[in-house]
Design a protein around this ligand. Structure first.
Ligand SMILES: Nc1ncnc2c1ncn2[C@@H]1O[C@H](COP(=O)(O)OP(=O)(O)OP(=O)(O)O)[C@@H](O)[C@H]1O
Ligand SMILES: [Mg+2]
Length: 434
């Protein structure tokens, strides 16, 4: 993944050359590490000869290098470039306040060369993409559990500052030899309140397989559940070795009434705890409202699932026995088990005692994007009307379908399917808690 500086002709690249000085010589570039969508990351030294990493705001495709200066690639990109730069600076300043052992430390944020830079601590580690590709044996069940805890704590800190990271993925989490996980790359970050969300052209901020479907639609609300989805997808990759199917493909499939192309991890042949698998599945739910709404909720559910597992009560652990004693104990067990059986009887299915049904709270209904629905019947009627309108809308060059006469009009609508799932008829309003 890392850039090979020997293969690049500096005249042909956008990167600052080795030895280039920034901030009156306070930082000196050693070599570029990688050029990404929003910026170029360099390895550098500070004036005390300490190794640092410098990220330069350089939105590829929107800008170009003119000497050391960064300028819009075309006049029509000037506004987008300014927006990216403003977002980069604003989030860099916020990030600088995020002091957390799981978040890369920021030394300085500064403007130079008509762009902006973040100087940050150098993390001596490998990104999780490389770890999964080159050292998968490191990702044992206990290690997965530890790094999930660390990732949830770091992301929780980001969300508390009102920031959405929006680029959680295996390449943006660095794992040190000491097992410490560090979250990096806030190049796509944005304020999590709608008012703040003026940052980036949305399509720049998506990574297929990891981005939640809300990130593909600028008009949809973006909440911490976006990052929760991406963290789930990151763990899906770490567990299976492949990124999950894209969220848009999943959404389209589910909306069309087809199976989700992303099968749940729980029950699969994966070397991870069932509790972890179950929570990753939930984090990756297609409807945002079905995901955890916060990192704390995820951590709590994980602890709850783990506590449900059968563990030996303290003091009841078996004493170590020598081989002879073990053989005798097994023989005893076999003999006593056989003596309690009646030979020749057919095996009958054991009937489990049915658990008492839990008292049910009326459920808050939400639409696919997690917005509360207070009048379900009105919402369903609206969905029906929308579906019919889109079915009757003429395709390019086609006449409009006669109302009520097309075969497709007889197909159950999305809302109709929901009515069926929730078990009530058109015109029978359900009581919904709001
Ligand atoms: N603080 C750091 N310490 C060590 N290595 C780092 C650090 N920051 C970045 N890197 C390395 O550089 C790579 C790219 O960095 P980063 O993720 O910030 O850039 P990017 O993905 O190119 O950015 P963007 O998505 O904003 O365009 C990382 O995957 C990591 O290998
Ligand atoms: Mg990155």
């Amino acid at each position: 993944m890392l850039h090979d500086p020997t293969s690049a002709d500096p005249a042909q690249t956008c990167e600052l050359p080795c030895g280039f000085k920034l901030l009156q010589g306070q930082y000196q570039i050693e070599r570029p590490l990688i050029s990404g969508g929003f910026g170029i990351t360099y390895l550098a030294r500070d004036s005390l000869e300490r190794r640092v990493v410098i990220k330069e705001c350089f939105p590829a495709g929107l800008c170009r290098r003119n000497g050391p200066e960064v300028e819009p690639a075309a006049p029509e990109h000037a506004k987008s470039c300014r927006n990216v730069l403003r977002a980069f600076l604003r989030e860099a300043h916020l990030l600088a306040r995020a002091e957390h052992p799981g978040i890369v430390g920021v030394h300085q944020v500064f403007k130079e060369n008509q762009t902006a830079y973040i100087a940050m601590e150098f993390i001596d580690g490998l990104d999780l993409l490389t770890v999964r590709e080159e050292q998968p044996e490191r990702l044992t069940a206990p290690v997965l559990r530890q790094i999930l805890t660390q990732a949830l704590e770091a992301l929780g800190c980001v969300h508390k500052l009102g920031i959405l990271h929006r680029d959680i993925s295996p390449d943006n989490l660095l794992l040190g030899q000491d097992g410490i996980l560090t979250l990096i790359d806030f190049g796509a970050a944005a304020g999590s309140t709608p008012k703040d969300d003026t940052a980036l052209p949305m399509l720049l901020a998506v990574k297929d397989g990891y981005s939640a479907h809300e990130l593909y639609k600028p008009d949809l609300p973006q909440r911490p559940a976006c990052d929760i989805y991406a963290l789930g997808a990151t763990f899906y990759y770490l567990i299976t070795g492949a990124p999950p199917p894209g969220s848009q493909q999943r959404l389209n499939s589910v909306m069309a009434g087809n199976p989700d192309p992303c099968p749940p991890l729980l029950g699969g042949p994966w070397a991870a705890d069932p509790a972890l698998l179950a929570t990753v599945d939930q984090a990756m739910s297609v409807p945002p409202a079905e995901r955890f709404q916060s990192t704390c909720a995820w951590a709590e559910m994980l602890a709850e699932y783990e506590a449900e597992e059968i563990v030996p009560a303290p003091g009841t652990a078996a004493e170590p026995v020598d081989d002879g004693a073990l053989d005798a104990a097994i023989a005893d067990l076999v003999a006593s088990t056989n003596s309690s059986l009646t030979p020749g009887q057919p095996r009958v299915a054991r009937k489990e005692a049915a658990p008492a049904p839990a008292p049910q709270e009326p459920r808050q209904m939400v639409n696919l994007f997690g917005e509360p629905v207070s009048d379900l019947e009105a919402w369903l009627a609206e969905e029906d009307a929308r579906t019919r309108r889109s079915r009757n809308a003429p395709a390019a060059g086609q006449p409009p379908a006669a109302a009520g006469s097309s075969a497709s009009a007889d197909k159950p609508t999305f809302a109709g399917r929901l009515r069926k799932i929730f078990g009530f008829q058109n015109g029978t309003p359900a009581t919904v808690k709001n």
